[in-house]
Ligand binder design. Sequence first.
Ligand code: BES
Ligand code: MN
Ligand code: ZN
Length: 505
Amino acid sequence: MELAVQASSITEVQADVIVVNLFKGVQTPGGATGAVDRALGGAITRTIARGEFTGKLGETVTIDTMGRLPSAAVVVVGLGPAAEFTYDRARTAAGAAARQARKAGAGTMATIVHGAGIGGLEAARAARATTEGTTMGLYRFDRYRTSDADEPKHDVQKVIIVEQDANKARLMEAGVRRGQVLARAVNFTRDLVAAPANDMTPTRMAEAASELARGLPLEVQILERADMQRLGMGALLGVAQGSAEPPKLIVLHYRPAQNRGGRPIALVGKGITFDSGGISLKPGEGMGDMKMDMAGGAAVLGAMQAIAELGAGVEVYGIVPATENMPSGTAQRPGDVVRAMNGKTIEIISTDAEGRLILADAVCYANTLGVGAIVDIATLTGACVVALGNHASGLVANNDELANAVIQAGAEAGERIWRLPLYDEYKEQMKSDIADIKNTGGRPAGTITGGYFIGYFAGNTPWVHLDIAGTAWRSDKDYGEWPKGPTGVGVRTLTHFVLDYSLSV
Ligand code: BES
Ligand code: MN
Ligand code: ZN
Protein backbone atom coordinates (compact mmCIF):
# COMPACT_ATOMS: atom_id res chain seq x y z
CA MET A 1 0.00 0.00 0.00
CA GLU A 2 1.28 3.37 -1.08
CA LEU A 3 1.10 6.44 1.20
CA ALA A 4 1.45 10.04 0.09
CA VAL A 5 1.01 13.47 1.65
CA GLN A 6 -0.75 16.04 -0.47
CA ALA A 7 -1.11 19.75 0.26
CA SER A 8 -4.59 20.49 -1.02
CA SER A 9 -8.21 20.72 0.02
CA ILE A 10 -10.01 17.46 0.80
CA THR A 11 -12.80 18.64 -1.53
CA GLU A 12 -10.40 18.71 -4.50
CA VAL A 13 -8.44 15.51 -4.03
CA GLN A 14 -8.80 12.71 -6.60
CA ALA A 15 -9.72 9.54 -4.68
CA ASP A 16 -12.50 6.96 -4.69
CA VAL A 17 -13.42 7.69 -1.08
CA ILE A 18 -12.55 10.63 1.18
CA VAL A 19 -12.52 10.50 4.99
CA VAL A 20 -13.48 13.40 7.25
CA ASN A 21 -14.34 13.45 10.95
CA LEU A 22 -16.56 14.90 13.62
CA PHE A 23 -16.40 15.31 17.38
CA LYS A 24 -19.29 13.96 19.41
CA GLY A 25 -22.27 16.28 19.77
CA VAL A 26 -21.28 18.68 16.97
CA GLN A 27 -24.42 19.68 15.03
CA THR A 28 -22.82 21.87 12.36
CA PRO A 29 -19.47 20.64 11.05
CA GLY A 30 -16.58 23.10 10.64
CA GLY A 31 -13.10 22.91 9.07
CA ALA A 32 -12.51 20.29 6.37
CA THR A 33 -15.66 18.41 7.33
CA GLY A 34 -17.63 21.66 6.98
CA ALA A 35 -16.19 22.24 3.50
CA VAL A 36 -17.26 18.75 2.42
CA ASP A 37 -20.70 19.29 4.00
CA ARG A 38 -21.17 22.52 2.01
CA ALA A 39 -20.08 20.83 -1.22
CA LEU A 40 -22.71 18.16 -0.54
CA GLY A 41 -25.42 20.72 0.09
CA GLY A 42 -25.59 20.02 3.83
CA ALA A 43 -25.85 16.20 3.57
CA ILE A 44 -23.63 15.68 6.64
CA THR A 45 -25.59 18.20 8.72
CA ARG A 46 -28.84 16.46 7.77
CA THR A 47 -27.39 13.03 8.65
CA ILE A 48 -26.56 14.39 12.12
CA ALA A 49 -29.99 16.05 12.47
CA ARG A 50 -31.72 12.75 11.63
CA GLY A 51 -29.77 11.18 14.51
CA GLU A 52 -28.04 8.74 12.19
CA PHE A 53 -24.58 9.87 13.30
CA THR A 54 -23.58 11.09 16.77
CA GLY A 55 -19.77 11.33 16.57
CA LYS A 56 -19.10 8.46 18.96
CA LEU A 57 -15.45 7.32 18.72
CA GLY A 58 -15.02 4.98 15.75
CA GLU A 59 -18.63 5.36 14.51
CA THR A 60 -18.83 5.73 10.72
CA VAL A 61 -21.38 6.81 8.14
CA THR A 62 -20.92 6.67 4.37
CA ILE A 63 -22.51 9.34 2.19
CA ASP A 64 -22.76 9.22 -1.59
CA THR A 65 -21.41 12.42 -3.18
CA MET A 66 -23.94 12.32 -6.07
CA GLY A 67 -21.18 13.62 -8.32
CA ARG A 68 -20.73 16.86 -6.38
CA LEU A 69 -17.12 15.99 -5.49
CA PRO A 70 -14.36 14.19 -7.40
CA SER A 71 -14.85 11.21 -5.01
CA ALA A 72 -17.75 8.77 -5.17
CA ALA A 73 -18.32 8.64 -1.42
CA VAL A 74 -17.47 10.35 1.86
CA VAL A 75 -16.84 8.43 5.08
CA VAL A 76 -17.45 10.50 8.22
CA VAL A 77 -15.81 9.03 11.34
CA GLY A 78 -16.60 9.94 14.94
CA LEU A 79 -13.79 11.18 17.19
CA GLY A 80 -15.71 11.05 20.48
CA PRO A 81 -15.90 14.06 22.83
CA ALA A 82 -13.48 16.87 21.91
CA ALA A 83 -12.31 17.20 25.53
CA GLU A 84 -11.21 13.53 25.65
CA PHE A 85 -9.34 13.46 22.34
CA THR A 86 -5.85 11.92 22.20
CA TYR A 87 -3.35 10.64 19.65
CA ASP A 88 -4.51 7.16 20.49
CA ARG A 89 -8.10 8.07 19.64
CA ALA A 90 -6.84 9.44 16.31
CA ARG A 91 -5.52 5.91 15.63
CA THR A 92 -8.83 4.34 16.60
CA ALA A 93 -10.79 6.67 14.31
CA ALA A 94 -8.34 6.21 11.42
CA GLY A 95 -8.57 2.42 11.64
CA ALA A 96 -12.37 2.38 11.67
CA ALA A 97 -12.61 4.90 8.84
CA ALA A 98 -10.14 3.05 6.63
CA ARG A 99 -12.02 -0.23 6.94
CA GLN A 100 -15.26 1.58 6.10
CA ALA A 101 -13.61 3.20 3.06
CA ARG A 102 -12.47 -0.23 1.89
CA LYS A 103 -16.02 -1.53 2.34
CA ALA A 104 -17.22 1.40 0.22
CA GLY A 105 -14.97 0.14 -2.57
CA ALA A 106 -11.99 2.46 -2.24
CA GLY A 107 -8.91 1.54 -4.26
CA THR A 108 -7.58 4.99 -3.46
CA MET A 109 -8.70 6.74 -0.29
CA ALA A 110 -7.87 10.21 0.96
CA THR A 111 -8.07 11.26 4.59
CA ILE A 112 -7.56 14.35 6.64
CA VAL A 113 -5.26 13.99 9.67
CA HIS A 114 -7.45 13.36 12.69
CA GLY A 115 -6.83 15.94 15.41
CA ALA A 116 -4.59 18.23 13.36
CA GLY A 117 -7.26 20.90 12.89
CA ILE A 118 -9.72 21.75 15.65
CA GLY A 119 -8.34 18.82 17.70
CA GLY A 120 -5.21 20.89 18.36
CA LEU A 121 -2.72 17.99 18.16
CA GLU A 122 0.84 18.44 16.92
CA ALA A 123 0.89 17.97 13.12
CA ALA A 124 3.65 15.34 12.77
CA ARG A 125 2.48 13.19 15.69
CA ALA A 126 -1.15 13.36 14.57
CA ALA A 127 -0.06 12.36 11.05
CA ARG A 128 1.84 9.41 12.50
CA ALA A 129 -1.23 8.35 14.47
CA THR A 130 -3.49 8.61 11.42
CA THR A 131 -0.98 6.63 9.34
CA GLU A 132 -0.60 3.90 11.98
CA GLY A 133 -4.36 3.66 12.48
CA THR A 134 -5.01 3.41 8.74
CA THR A 135 -2.26 0.90 7.94
CA MET A 136 -2.90 -1.24 11.02
CA GLY A 137 -6.69 -1.00 10.63
CA LEU A 138 -6.63 -2.28 7.06
CA TYR A 139 -4.65 -5.37 8.02
CA ARG A 140 -6.16 -8.61 6.80
CA PHE A 141 -4.80 -12.16 6.75
CA ASP A 142 -6.18 -14.09 3.81
CA ARG A 143 -3.15 -16.05 2.68
CA TYR A 144 -4.93 -19.34 3.25
CA ARG A 145 -8.23 -18.48 1.51
CA THR A 146 -8.70 -19.72 -2.02
CA SER A 147 -12.40 -18.93 -2.50
CA ASP A 148 -14.48 -15.79 -2.01
CA ALA A 149 -15.55 -15.10 1.53
CA ASP A 150 -18.23 -12.55 2.47
CA GLU A 151 -15.68 -9.78 2.77
CA PRO A 152 -14.71 -7.63 -0.21
CA LYS A 153 -11.60 -9.03 -1.84
CA HIS A 154 -10.11 -5.79 -3.10
CA ASP A 155 -7.51 -3.88 -1.11
CA VAL A 156 -6.90 -0.19 -0.65
CA GLN A 157 -3.91 0.43 -2.93
CA LYS A 158 -3.21 4.03 -2.09
CA VAL A 159 -3.80 6.35 0.86
CA ILE A 160 -3.49 10.11 0.41
CA ILE A 161 -3.02 12.16 3.58
CA VAL A 162 -4.48 15.57 2.82
CA GLU A 163 -3.62 18.84 4.56
CA GLN A 164 -4.64 22.20 3.20
CA ASP A 165 -1.87 24.18 4.96
CA ALA A 166 1.35 23.55 2.97
CA ASN A 167 3.59 24.20 6.00
CA LYS A 168 1.70 21.71 8.12
CA ALA A 169 1.74 19.22 5.24
CA ARG A 170 5.54 19.44 5.17
CA LEU A 171 5.72 18.73 8.92
CA MET A 172 3.37 15.78 8.50
CA GLU A 173 5.62 14.10 5.96
CA ALA A 174 8.06 12.88 8.65
CA GLY A 175 5.24 11.63 10.87
CA VAL A 176 3.70 9.69 8.00
CA ARG A 177 7.03 8.02 7.15
CA ARG A 178 7.63 6.99 10.76
CA GLY A 179 4.05 5.76 11.14
CA GLN A 180 4.40 3.75 7.97
CA VAL A 181 7.57 2.01 9.19
CA LEU A 182 6.00 1.21 12.56
CA ALA A 183 2.70 -0.04 11.14
CA ARG A 184 4.39 -2.19 8.50
CA ALA A 185 6.51 -3.77 11.22
CA VAL A 186 3.33 -4.45 13.22
CA ASN A 187 1.68 -6.08 10.20
CA PHE A 188 4.80 -8.15 9.52
CA THR A 189 4.59 -9.45 13.09
CA ARG A 190 0.85 -10.12 12.72
CA ASP A 191 1.50 -12.29 9.65
CA LEU A 192 3.96 -14.43 11.62
CA VAL A 193 1.52 -14.81 14.53
CA ALA A 194 -1.51 -15.57 12.35
CA ALA A 195 0.27 -18.31 10.40
CA PRO A 196 -0.67 -21.80 11.63
CA ALA A 197 1.87 -23.83 13.58
CA ASN A 198 2.34 -26.39 10.80
CA ASP A 199 3.81 -23.60 8.68
CA MET A 200 5.26 -21.30 11.34
CA THR A 201 7.73 -23.80 12.76
CA PRO A 202 10.92 -22.76 14.60
CA THR A 203 12.76 -23.34 11.32
CA ARG A 204 10.38 -21.07 9.43
CA MET A 205 10.68 -18.40 12.13
CA ALA A 206 14.45 -18.52 11.80
CA GLU A 207 14.10 -18.17 8.02
CA ALA A 208 11.82 -15.15 8.50
CA ALA A 209 14.50 -13.56 10.68
CA SER A 210 17.18 -14.29 8.08
CA GLU A 211 15.04 -12.82 5.28
CA LEU A 212 14.46 -9.75 7.43
CA ALA A 213 18.18 -9.26 8.02
CA ARG A 214 19.00 -9.53 4.32
CA GLY A 215 17.59 -6.15 3.38
CA LEU A 216 18.55 -4.24 6.54
CA PRO A 217 21.58 -3.32 8.66
CA LEU A 218 21.05 -6.43 10.80
CA GLU A 219 23.32 -9.41 11.39
CA VAL A 220 21.62 -12.72 11.97
CA GLN A 221 22.87 -15.81 13.72
CA ILE A 222 20.84 -18.98 14.19
CA LEU A 223 21.98 -21.26 17.00
CA GLU A 224 21.14 -24.93 16.40
CA ARG A 225 20.49 -27.72 18.88
CA ALA A 226 24.20 -28.65 18.92
CA ASP A 227 25.10 -25.02 19.75
CA MET A 228 22.58 -25.05 22.59
CA GLN A 229 24.10 -28.28 23.91
CA ARG A 230 27.57 -26.77 23.75
CA LEU A 231 26.35 -23.69 25.65
CA GLY A 232 24.55 -25.77 28.28
CA MET A 233 21.05 -24.49 27.57
CA GLY A 234 19.33 -27.33 29.38
CA ALA A 235 16.11 -25.42 30.04
CA LEU A 236 15.51 -24.59 26.38
CA LEU A 237 16.59 -28.08 25.27
CA GLY A 238 14.29 -29.69 27.83
CA VAL A 239 11.25 -27.98 26.31
CA ALA A 240 12.38 -28.81 22.76
CA GLN A 241 13.10 -32.50 23.41
CA GLY A 242 9.47 -33.59 22.97
CA SER A 243 9.15 -32.17 19.47
CA ALA A 244 10.19 -33.49 16.08
CA GLU A 245 10.83 -29.91 14.97
CA PRO A 246 14.40 -28.76 15.68
CA PRO A 247 14.66 -25.75 18.02
CA LYS A 248 16.34 -22.52 16.89
CA LEU A 249 17.80 -19.67 18.89
CA ILE A 250 17.48 -16.61 16.69
CA VAL A 251 19.91 -13.77 17.36
CA LEU A 252 19.57 -10.51 15.42
CA HIS A 253 22.16 -7.82 15.98
CA TYR A 254 21.68 -4.16 15.14
CA ARG A 255 24.73 -1.90 15.25
CA PRO A 256 24.02 1.79 14.68
CA ALA A 257 25.97 3.70 12.06
CA GLN A 258 26.56 6.34 14.71
CA ASN A 259 26.52 4.85 18.18
CA ARG A 260 25.50 7.30 20.88
CA GLY A 261 27.32 5.12 23.40
CA GLY A 262 26.16 2.95 26.25
CA ARG A 263 25.84 -0.82 26.53
CA PRO A 264 23.57 -2.71 24.14
CA ILE A 265 19.92 -3.50 24.83
CA ALA A 266 18.57 -7.05 24.57
CA LEU A 267 15.02 -7.62 23.40
CA VAL A 268 14.07 -11.23 24.15
CA GLY A 269 10.83 -12.78 22.86
CA LYS A 270 9.12 -16.10 23.61
CA GLY A 271 8.96 -18.16 20.43
CA ILE A 272 6.82 -21.20 21.26
CA THR A 273 5.43 -21.96 17.80
CA PHE A 274 2.87 -24.29 19.36
CA ASP A 275 2.11 -24.83 23.04
CA SER A 276 0.25 -28.10 23.62
CA GLY A 277 1.34 -27.99 27.27
CA GLY A 278 3.63 -30.98 26.72
CA ILE A 279 3.11 -33.93 29.11
CA SER A 280 1.11 -31.48 31.29
CA LEU A 281 -1.25 -31.44 28.31
CA LYS A 282 -3.70 -28.56 27.89
CA PRO A 283 -7.43 -29.25 27.48
CA GLY A 284 -8.44 -29.72 23.84
CA GLU A 285 -10.85 -26.82 23.70
CA GLY A 286 -9.13 -23.73 22.33
CA MET A 287 -5.77 -25.49 22.10
CA GLY A 288 -5.41 -24.29 18.51
CA ASP A 289 -5.13 -20.73 19.80
CA MET A 290 -1.69 -21.70 21.09
CA LYS A 291 -0.23 -21.21 17.61
CA MET A 292 0.07 -17.61 18.83
CA ASP A 293 2.47 -18.53 21.64
CA MET A 294 5.34 -17.11 19.58
CA ALA A 295 3.80 -13.61 19.56
CA GLY A 296 6.52 -12.23 21.86
CA GLY A 297 9.24 -13.55 19.56
CA ALA A 298 7.42 -12.22 16.50
CA ALA A 299 7.14 -8.81 18.21
CA VAL A 300 10.91 -8.79 18.73
CA LEU A 301 11.46 -9.55 15.02
CA GLY A 302 9.04 -6.75 14.04
CA ALA A 303 10.68 -4.33 16.43
CA MET A 304 14.14 -5.17 15.04
CA GLN A 305 12.81 -4.37 11.56
CA ALA A 306 11.53 -0.96 12.67
CA ILE A 307 14.64 -0.22 14.75
CA ALA A 308 16.91 -0.95 11.78
CA GLU A 309 14.72 0.99 9.33
CA LEU A 310 14.51 4.02 11.60
CA GLY A 311 18.23 3.88 12.39
CA ALA A 312 18.18 3.90 16.20
CA GLY A 313 21.32 5.24 17.89
CA VAL A 314 21.94 2.34 20.25
CA GLU A 315 23.15 -1.22 19.76
CA VAL A 316 20.37 -3.81 20.07
CA TYR A 317 20.20 -7.60 20.19
CA GLY A 318 16.91 -9.31 19.27
CA ILE A 319 16.91 -12.80 20.77
CA VAL A 320 14.17 -15.34 20.08
CA PRO A 321 14.29 -18.88 21.48
CA ALA A 322 11.99 -20.82 19.15
CA THR A 323 10.64 -24.33 19.73
CA GLU A 324 7.43 -26.32 19.96
CA ASN A 325 6.15 -27.63 23.29
CA MET A 326 4.90 -31.15 22.51
CA PRO A 327 4.14 -34.37 24.38
CA SER A 328 5.91 -37.51 23.17
CA GLY A 329 8.03 -40.41 24.30
CA THR A 330 11.03 -38.13 24.35
CA ALA A 331 9.27 -35.20 26.07
CA GLN A 332 10.40 -33.92 29.43
CA ARG A 333 8.36 -34.98 32.46
CA PRO A 334 7.01 -33.19 35.50
CA GLY A 335 9.55 -33.86 38.23
CA ASP A 336 12.55 -33.63 35.89
CA VAL A 337 15.42 -31.37 36.87
CA VAL A 338 17.19 -29.38 34.16
CA ARG A 339 20.23 -27.10 34.26
CA ALA A 340 20.15 -23.66 32.62
CA MET A 341 23.09 -21.99 30.85
CA ASN A 342 24.16 -20.15 34.02
CA GLY A 343 24.39 -23.43 35.94
CA LYS A 344 21.20 -22.95 37.98
CA THR A 345 19.01 -26.03 38.36
CA ILE A 346 15.26 -26.04 37.76
CA GLU A 347 12.64 -28.52 38.95
CA ILE A 348 9.92 -28.96 36.32
CA ILE A 349 6.58 -28.92 38.12
CA SER A 350 4.52 -28.32 34.98
CA THR A 351 5.78 -28.84 31.44
CA ASP A 352 3.13 -26.24 30.48
CA ALA A 353 5.15 -23.49 32.18
CA GLU A 354 7.57 -23.73 29.24
CA GLY A 355 7.86 -20.09 28.20
CA ARG A 356 9.86 -19.12 31.27
CA LEU A 357 12.16 -22.10 30.68
CA ILE A 358 13.17 -21.11 27.18
CA LEU A 359 13.42 -17.46 28.25
CA ALA A 360 15.70 -18.42 31.15
CA ASP A 361 18.37 -19.63 28.74
CA ALA A 362 17.75 -16.77 26.31
CA VAL A 363 18.19 -14.24 29.12
CA CYS A 364 21.38 -16.01 30.29
CA TYR A 365 22.64 -15.80 26.71
CA ALA A 366 21.81 -12.07 26.59
CA ASN A 367 23.89 -11.61 29.73
CA THR A 368 26.92 -13.15 28.03
CA LEU A 369 26.68 -10.38 25.40
CA GLY A 370 27.32 -7.66 27.98
CA VAL A 371 23.97 -5.94 27.60
CA GLY A 372 22.99 -3.06 29.87
CA ALA A 373 19.25 -3.78 29.83
CA ILE A 374 17.00 -6.73 29.04
CA VAL A 375 13.36 -6.45 28.02
CA ASP A 376 11.58 -9.76 27.54
CA ILE A 377 8.15 -10.14 26.00
CA ALA A 378 6.01 -13.25 26.20
CA THR A 379 2.52 -14.75 26.11
CA LEU A 380 3.49 -16.15 29.49
CA THR A 381 0.48 -16.70 31.74
CA GLY A 382 -3.24 -17.28 31.66
CA ALA A 383 -3.20 -15.48 35.01
CA CYS A 384 -2.37 -12.24 33.18
CA VAL A 385 -5.51 -12.65 31.06
CA VAL A 386 -7.50 -13.09 34.28
CA ALA A 387 -5.92 -10.00 35.87
CA LEU A 388 -5.93 -7.52 32.99
CA GLY A 389 -8.10 -9.06 30.29
CA ASN A 390 -7.39 -8.00 26.71
CA HIS A 391 -6.80 -4.30 27.29
CA ALA A 392 -3.43 -4.07 29.01
CA SER A 393 -0.18 -6.04 29.10
CA GLY A 394 1.38 -6.95 32.44
CA LEU A 395 4.84 -5.77 33.48
CA VAL A 396 7.24 -7.05 36.11
CA ALA A 397 10.69 -5.53 36.61
CA ASN A 398 13.75 -5.39 38.86
CA ASN A 399 14.44 -1.75 38.00
CA ASP A 400 12.06 1.21 38.37
CA GLU A 401 13.72 3.47 35.82
CA LEU A 402 13.64 0.83 33.10
CA ALA A 403 10.06 -0.12 33.98
CA ASN A 404 8.95 3.51 33.66
CA ALA A 405 10.77 3.88 30.34
CA VAL A 406 8.94 0.85 28.91
CA ILE A 407 5.55 2.03 30.25
CA GLN A 408 6.24 5.46 28.74
CA ALA A 409 7.14 3.88 25.39
CA GLY A 410 3.86 1.95 25.56
CA ALA A 411 1.93 5.18 26.09
CA GLU A 412 3.67 6.69 23.08
CA ALA A 413 2.63 3.65 21.03
CA GLY A 414 -0.94 3.45 22.27
CA GLU A 415 -0.27 0.12 24.02
CA ARG A 416 -1.40 -0.06 27.64
CA ILE A 417 0.96 -1.60 30.16
CA TRP A 418 0.24 -2.18 33.86
CA ARG A 419 3.00 -2.91 36.35
CA LEU A 420 2.66 -5.65 38.98
CA PRO A 421 4.80 -5.73 42.15
CA LEU A 422 7.72 -8.07 42.70
CA TYR A 423 7.76 -8.22 46.52
CA ASP A 424 10.27 -10.59 48.11
CA GLU A 425 7.47 -12.63 49.68
CA TYR A 426 6.35 -13.91 46.25
CA LYS A 427 9.74 -15.51 45.76
CA GLU A 428 8.98 -18.08 48.46
CA GLN A 429 6.45 -19.69 46.11
CA MET A 430 9.22 -20.64 43.70
CA LYS A 431 11.43 -22.57 46.15
CA SER A 432 12.06 -26.15 45.14
CA ASP A 433 12.65 -29.14 47.46
CA ILE A 434 15.26 -30.54 45.10
CA ALA A 435 16.64 -27.78 42.84
CA ASP A 436 17.58 -24.06 42.95
CA ILE A 437 14.13 -23.00 41.72
CA LYS A 438 10.95 -24.62 40.42
CA ASN A 439 9.08 -23.57 37.31
CA THR A 440 5.64 -22.85 38.81
CA GLY A 441 4.52 -21.23 42.02
CA GLY A 442 0.89 -22.34 42.21
CA ARG A 443 -2.20 -20.35 41.35
CA PRO A 444 -1.71 -17.16 43.43
CA ALA A 445 0.00 -14.28 41.61
CA GLY A 446 0.80 -16.44 38.57
CA THR A 447 1.97 -13.53 36.42
CA ILE A 448 4.32 -12.24 39.11
CA THR A 449 5.89 -15.62 39.91
CA GLY A 450 6.29 -16.31 36.18
CA GLY A 451 8.04 -12.98 35.79
CA TYR A 452 10.15 -13.58 38.88
CA PHE A 453 11.39 -16.86 37.39
CA ILE A 454 12.72 -15.05 34.29
CA GLY A 455 14.22 -12.26 36.40
CA TYR A 456 16.07 -14.89 38.46
CA PHE A 457 18.15 -15.57 35.35
CA ALA A 458 18.61 -11.89 34.47
CA GLY A 459 20.51 -11.51 37.75
CA ASN A 460 21.66 -7.96 38.39
CA THR A 461 21.10 -6.70 34.85
CA PRO A 462 18.27 -4.13 34.72
CA TRP A 463 15.36 -6.15 33.39
CA VAL A 464 11.71 -5.73 32.42
CA HIS A 465 9.26 -8.49 31.57
CA LEU A 466 6.11 -7.90 29.51
CA ASP A 467 3.29 -10.46 29.66
CA ILE A 468 1.19 -10.16 26.50
CA ALA A 469 -0.94 -13.31 26.96
CA GLY A 470 -4.12 -11.19 26.95
CA THR A 471 -3.13 -8.58 24.38
CA ALA A 472 -1.43 -10.54 21.58
CA TRP A 473 -4.68 -11.70 20.02
CA ARG A 474 -8.14 -10.13 19.69
CA SER A 475 -11.02 -12.55 19.33
CA ASP A 476 -14.04 -10.27 19.87
CA LYS A 477 -14.44 -7.82 16.97
CA ASP A 478 -12.59 -5.31 14.78
CA TYR A 479 -11.91 -2.11 16.72
CA GLY A 480 -9.98 0.88 15.44
CA GLU A 481 -6.40 -0.07 14.55
CA TRP A 482 -7.00 -3.59 15.93
CA PRO A 483 -8.75 -5.89 13.45
CA LYS A 484 -9.81 -9.23 14.92
CA GLY A 485 -6.85 -11.60 15.16
CA PRO A 486 -3.16 -11.02 15.93
CA THR A 487 -2.42 -7.52 17.25
CA GLY A 488 1.35 -7.21 16.84
CA VAL A 489 1.39 -5.76 20.33
CA GLY A 490 4.84 -4.89 21.61
CA VAL A 491 6.38 -3.98 18.26
CA ARG A 492 5.81 -0.25 18.67
CA THR A 493 6.42 -0.25 22.43
CA LEU A 494 9.81 -1.94 22.00
CA THR A 495 10.73 0.32 19.09
CA HIS A 496 9.84 3.52 20.94
CA PHE A 497 11.68 2.22 24.00
CA VAL A 498 14.86 1.72 21.96
CA LEU A 499 14.53 5.05 20.12
CA ASP A 500 14.01 6.96 23.38
CA TYR A 501 16.72 4.99 25.19
CA SER A 502 19.19 5.93 22.53
CA LEU A 503 18.52 9.58 23.38
CA SER A 504 18.97 9.12 27.12
CA VAL A 505 22.51 7.68 27.03
N1 BES B 1 1.26 -20.00 26.65
C1 BES B 1 0.68 -20.19 27.93
C2 BES B 1 0.02 -18.94 28.49
C3 BES B 1 -1.17 -18.38 27.74
C4 BES B 1 -2.44 -18.63 28.17
C5 BES B 1 -0.98 -17.55 26.66
C6 BES B 1 -3.52 -18.08 27.50
C7 BES B 1 -2.05 -17.00 25.99
C8 BES B 1 -3.32 -17.26 26.41
C9 BES B 1 1.76 -20.62 28.91
O1 BES B 1 2.80 -21.36 28.39
C10 BES B 1 1.12 -21.47 29.96
O2 BES B 1 0.67 -22.54 29.63
N2 BES B 1 1.09 -20.98 31.19
C11 BES B 1 0.53 -21.70 32.28
C12 BES B 1 1.47 -21.56 33.45
C13 BES B 1 1.12 -22.43 34.61
C14 BES B 1 1.32 -23.88 34.26
C15 BES B 1 2.00 -22.03 35.76
C16 BES B 1 -0.81 -21.07 32.60
O3 BES B 1 -0.97 -19.86 32.51
O4 BES B 1 -1.72 -21.84 32.91
MN1 MN C 1 2.36 -23.46 28.38
ZN1 ZN D 1 3.18 -21.09 26.42
